[in-house]
Design a protein around this ligand. Sequence first.
Ligand code: DMJ
Length: 449
Amino acid sequence: MNRLTGLTLTCLMAAGALTPRAQGVDSAALAARVKQEFQHAWAGYQEYAWGHDELKPLSRTPYDWDPGKPLLMTPVDALDTMIVMKLDGDAERVRREIVEHLDVRQDTSVSVFEITIRLLGSLLANYQLTHDQALLEKARSLGDALLPAFSTRTGMPYRFVNLKTGATRDVISNPAEIGTLILEFGTLSKLVDNPVYYDTAKRALTALYAKRSKVGLVGENINVETGEWTNPASHIGGAIDSYYEYLLKCDRLFGDSDCGAMWRSSIASVNKYAADDVKGRLWYGTVNMNTGRRTATTFGSLQAFFPAVLALGGDLRRARRLQDSAFAMWTLHGIEPEEIDYRSMRVTGAGYQLRPEIVESTYYLYHYTRDPRYLEMGRRMFEDLVKYCRTDDGYTVLRSVVTKEQGDRMHSFLLAETFKYFYLLFEPDALDFDAVVFNTEAHPLRRVR
Ligand code: DMJ
């Protein structure tokens, strides 16, 4: 047994429930297929994009977020999925590549949010899985490079920071990018025994929470120097979504009761104002943060993470209802659109970006209920993903779920999240759900004692 296998098996194996079998769903066979498809996507990346951020699978070319300055997004994001799937050879190759070639201090301006959830989250989770000190050192160095972003009057970070110079840009940010940092920064603090990262991220989070409206909601855009809202749209979708997720998870991972209190008051407002019952279905739409008045009835693939958060927060009733709505959105055209208007059930954003959120929610609901209908949902979604998004050299986005026209991009979160959540749905014993808190990019973080 090599180094990774030995360590990770002991870390990952949960106390042995039997592999589930739902009517007509052979979970073990599906898990094996998910693993095969992950390997297919990974093979395409290795063949045509090794050393770069992502694969463009139709043109068979590499893609770097900042041209010529790769941060190895795909391999870094994929590493703990490989470990969970026991792809030990691939995992060892990636671990070495990260240690030897990931340059987290290069002269490139990065999104604080994206780099935190993908790179910092992965480095920390994989350090906890492998105990490889070099991964923790990279994480510390990356954490230090991100800190200058928080030098603002409010403590809320700029959206972008240069990893080498510390230069910042983009003063207008949003709750997701400000409030989705505490799990990673907090874990780093605990692992290197230095409170600066935790304190910095928590200050940003509490500053943001303090800016909530009288009815307890946050908006979509905020100036991180002045603290003024520049867009009052309030919802659970992109630009806000994972702020709520991290309030709850911060409490679960660190036992931080401030986060717990912020979560409870926030979810009460969200359920009061954003939730919308239409023709017997539960949705969450858009309202004005100050009045709570409804301004849009749209819901999409990003919002589909919310059943998982509701379930984690103990609200299984709403979680189940919202999951049914999200699945109805998936089945409208045989695969999930980016956005619909839930009143008319018409598609308002036709793309599919290989997103994981609905799969994540299916996994959480199956974990909490063991209801076989979630396995059946998962099977259906996996078949559709393979049918419409598989290419000869990987997986790709759809320009339209209506026409099924393919685009040319394989996001790193396909390997970090979408395949991982499918795999865990069908093979839940591969990871002890209660021993970890998944960051918003599906990197499993453990409590540090
Ligand atoms: C991922 O990077 C994360 O899940 C993030 O929270 C939202 N967007 C993508 C997946 O859709």
